[in-house]
Ligand binder design. Structure first.
Ligand code: SAH
Ligand code: SF4
Length: 386
């Protein structure tokens, strides 16, 4: 008897949190059960936030015991959870690779947006992003991505379809480049939109990419979520510096990929969101606004300006409110629907680009960055001494 318990403990259990409806159906068939169990169990997991099989009362005791032997419902471990004075909430969770990642909930009237991470760190090295400065450690698993939604939903109480939901929107704008973790991100978004998952409409699930063109093309026909693209510069010359992946996929190719993806959606009224982080003196001048108007004149879009969120030693500054307003006005005068992203959760470092977690860096980028900073400090000290 004891032997049997030890033996099963050694077998790695399937984490049901990370399976889509199709994956769960396959799982149940593989253990000799009927497919419909998938929907039953999904309701328990995603609608009611239950992880203990014993609480799943419409499932027979025999099946519950069987599930306990071979399966589990395991979300990432919560390391901390902070509330901002503006209602924003931030969690830090530990993932299997040993790194920790962050997710943020931003309430705004009836809307509640959850911003989730897709990778621990990021392999792309955008010059103004603190996640990028941490280097890259790992892709998050489906359980780790959807687990962020599960943790947040659970913290607000269970979510029967009839009750007003706290999470109305999910954006993949936390740590990482979602399109470099393609399959896990697609499965996670499917769970967000599945009625037995979180039942969000395709309009309310948004994937943000820095412009991984081949992966944007791969999305066509596979998903119809909303798309946001991080442009940040009106010319290749400047974008090559701010968003280095531009050297591989320049603006012209990026625009074509946007047009192809948006053209693949059944509802032609939907438009891409263009994200543009404003960096003082770098890309926020009237000449940049004029050039941006030209770039976007044939792109049906909403433009979202993000005043830079500073982090130590970034080398960039946030533009003044006047500069932000001037840029917005120039874009609006040119007929572009332009909003400015409100900075939320500043007091708990939960704003865009401030999400850092603790990345067990594999790329040695964080070490190089640290060395560079120390070098800069030495230069400053020498100069001061001289
Ligand atoms: N990797 C994806 C999604 C995560 S970042 C992407 O790059 O699109 C979400 C948004 O925040 C992106 O537009 C990103 O460029 C922007 N961002 C990153 N660092 C920032 C900072 N320090 N201040 C303001 N916006 C930032
Ligand atoms: Fe990665 Fe996005 Fe940050 Fe660029 S802005 S380094 S793609 S997380």
């Amino acid at each position: 008897m004891t032997d049997a318990v030890i033996a099963t403990d050694n077998v790695s259990k399937t984490n049901l949190l990370g399976l889509t409806q199709k994956g769960l159906e396959e799982f149940f068939v593989s253990i000799g059960e009927k497919k419909f169990r998938a929907q039953q169990i999904m309701k328990w997991i995603h609608h009611f936030g239950v992880s203990d099989f014993d609480e799943m009362t419409n499932i027979s005791k025999v099946l519950r015991e069987k599930l306990k032997q071979v399966a589990e419902v395991r979300a990432p471990e919560i390391i901390s959870s902070d509330f901002s004075t503006d209602g924003t909430r931030k969690w830090v969770v530990r993932v299997e690779s040993g790194s920790s990642v962050e997710m943020v909930f931003i309430p705004d009237g009836k809307r509640g947006t959850l911003c989730v991470s897709s990778q621990a760190g990021c392999a792309l090295d955008c010059s103004f992003c603190s996640t990028g400065k941490q280097g890259f450690n790992s892709d998050l698993t489906v359980a780790e991505i959807i687990g962020q939604v599960w943790i947040a939903a659970r913290s607000f109480g269970s979510i029967p379809a009839t009750k007003e939901r706290a999470i109305t929107n999910v954006v993949l704008m936390g740590m990482g480049e979602p399109l470099l973790n393609f399959d896990n991100v697609i499965d996670s978004m499917n769970l967000m939109m599945d009625d037995f998952g979180y039942g969000l409409s395709k309009r309310r699930v948004t994937l943000s990419t820095s412009g991984v063109v081949p992966a944007m093309r791969k999305m066509i026909g596979l998903t119809d979520v909303s798309l946001a693209v991080s442009l940040h510069a009106p010319t290749d010359e400047l974008r090559d510096i701010l968003v280095p992946i531009n050297r591989k996929y320049p603006i012209r190719e990026l625009k074509q990929a946007i047009a192809d993806y948006m053209g693949s959606l059944s509802d032609r009224a939907r438009v891409v969101t263009i994200e543009y982080t404003l960096l003082a003196g770098v890309n926020d001048q009237p000449e940049h606004a004029k050039a941006l108007v030209k770039v976007l004149k044939d792109v049906p879009c909403k433009l979202n300006l993000i005043p830079f969120n500073p982090f130590p030693h970034s080398g960039y500054e946030r533009p003044s409110n006047n500069a932000v307003r001037r840029f917005q006005t120039l874009m609006q005068e040119a007929g572009l629907n332009t909003t400015v992203r409100k900075t939320r959760g500043d007091d708990i470092d939960a704003a865009c680009g401030q999400l850092v977690g603790q990345v067990e860096d594999k790329t040695r980028r964080s070490a190089r960055y640290q060395a560079l900073r120390e070098n800069q400090n030495e230069v400053v000290q020498v100069e001061q001494a001289g």
